[in-house]
Design a protein around this ligand. Structure first.
Ligand code: ASP
Ligand code: MG
Length: 403
């Protein structure tokens, strides 16, 4: 039995937590399992490194940022190897170079392409517990890349696929996937199971538990994922194929404050302008979420859309530089917005979910700015101030605390 275990930054934040994790790893090792461990940087190390870089320059090179950030994960695996040694068991730490984690060349947002499992298999056959740095990779220039914030989950799932692991356990500071953020909704309920598709929506909606790409990969390679706590022994939530999962009409409510709304005002109302606009953004690797186009007037129209807040500056600069090309008047933006979404695999075959969600918001006197829907998700844009109240109201209205 081969298990890949990933521990997030909070699970290895200090010496006591490292020792706690080390002994849990050793427990499984003693039970005869082969173990590969993927670690994140300790606590808020990655944020600290960002902060320190900004002390030097507002605009650090992305290549050098990746070089810097990758050191966080390297510290964690070395400390963990030492901790396991201290318990009297064999362990070896490896970084992205040693494991040959090939990625695309995009610094700060690279994608894993290929993992050479040979070195890991060799270490496993020597009965080592193998500790691998999360979040980092190597591009074709033999430079260090990183996979985007939270990317260690993706390293763990990719390794599980490459090694054909029996399961991939993601250890974090919550006990699993909940019907809503338990810090906001006190009676949120932990799910025993959730489908890849629902999880994918929740991850991209800012549920913050799993890195989006990790769920995509898990679905693609059918990796059995378990999300559980490193602090308790609770069972956690299994993420798997939908057929075996209870098809909840609504399985969760998620909120994302990290978004901004941008409006391109007075674009000439002729074919091709939406293409020009979004192609410009795509070329700069800026992902767009909810899109709304106004009805044309005076041969012009407005197009609004949302982006991640950290892309706001780059996006407005890019668009302002291209106002003439876009045949638009001006760019406006709004940061104090948040997206609230409901997700559920059973939604596709049940009418009235949207109405019920809007009713909950109406009862709570919360105004809706934008709406977008997919087969298994409905999202609305609300004022950031309203976001917790919106989540509570919706969670309550759908009675998600009850099984
Ligand atoms: N240390 C990285 C981050 O903070 C990667 C991760 O934790 O998954 O984003
Ligand atoms: Mg994470």
């Amino acid at each position: 039995m081969l298990i890949v275990k990933k521990f997030g930054g909070s699970s290895v934040a200090d010496k006591d937590r490292i020792m706690n994790v080390a002994s849990r790893i050793v427990e499984d090792y003693k039970a005869g399992k082969k173990i590969v461990v993927v670690l994140s940087a300790q606590g808020n190390t990655t944020d600290e490194l960002f902060r320190k870089a900004r002390e030097i320059t507002d605009n650090p090179s992305k290549r050098e940022m990746d070089m810097l950030l990758a050191t966080g994960e390297q510290q964690s695996v070395a400390f963990m190897a030492m901790a396991i040694h201290a318990l009297g068991y064999p362990a070896v730490s490896l970084n992205a170079f040693q494991v040959n984690m090939a990625t695309t060349s995009a610094y700060s947002n690279a994608r894993l392409k290929d993992i050479d499992a040979e070195r890991i298999s060799m270490e496993l056959s020597r009965n080592n517990i193998v500790l691998v740095t999360g979040f980092q990779g190597i591009n074709r220039y033999e430079d260090i890349t990183t996979l985007g914030r939270g990317g260690s989950d993706t390293t763990a799932v990719a390794l599980s696929a490459a090694l054909n692991a029996d399961k991939c356990e993601i250890y974090t500071d919550v006990e699993g996937i909940y019907t809503a953020d338990p810090r906001v909704v006190k009676n949120a309920r932990k799910r025993d199971e959730i489908s890849y598709d629902e999880m994918l929506e929740l991850a991209s909606l800012g549920a913050k538990v799993l890195h989006n790409r990790s769920v995509e990969l898990a679905k693609k390679y059918k990796v059995k994922l378990v999300v559980r706590s490193s602090f308790t022994r609770a069972e956690g939530t299994v993420v798997k194929e939908e057929s075996k999962v209870e098809k909840m009409i609504v399985s969760g409510v998620a909120a994302d404050k990290n978004i901004a709304r941008i409006a391109v005002i007075g674009i000439k109302d002729i074919p091709g302008k939406a293409f020009d606009l979004f192609n410009l953004l795509a070329k700069s690797n800026i992902s767009v979420d909810i899109i709304l186009q106004s009805i044309g007037r005076d041969k012009t129209k407005d197009i609004s859309f949302t982006v991640a807040e950290h892309n706001l500056e780059e996006t407005t600069t890019l668009l302002n530089d291209n106002l003439d090309y876009l045949l638009a008047d001006k760019i406006e933006y709004e940061k104090d917005v948040a997206k609230v979404s409901v997700v559920g695999a059973g939604m596709a075959s049940n009418a009235g979910v949207a109405a019920k969600m809007f009713e909950a918001l109406y009862d709570a006197d919360i105004n809706i700015n934008m709406i977008s829907t997919s087969e298994i998700k409905i999202s609305v844009l609300v004022a950031e101030n309203d976001v917790n109240e919106a989540v509570l109201a919706i969670h309550d209205h759908f009675k998600l605390s009850l099984k």
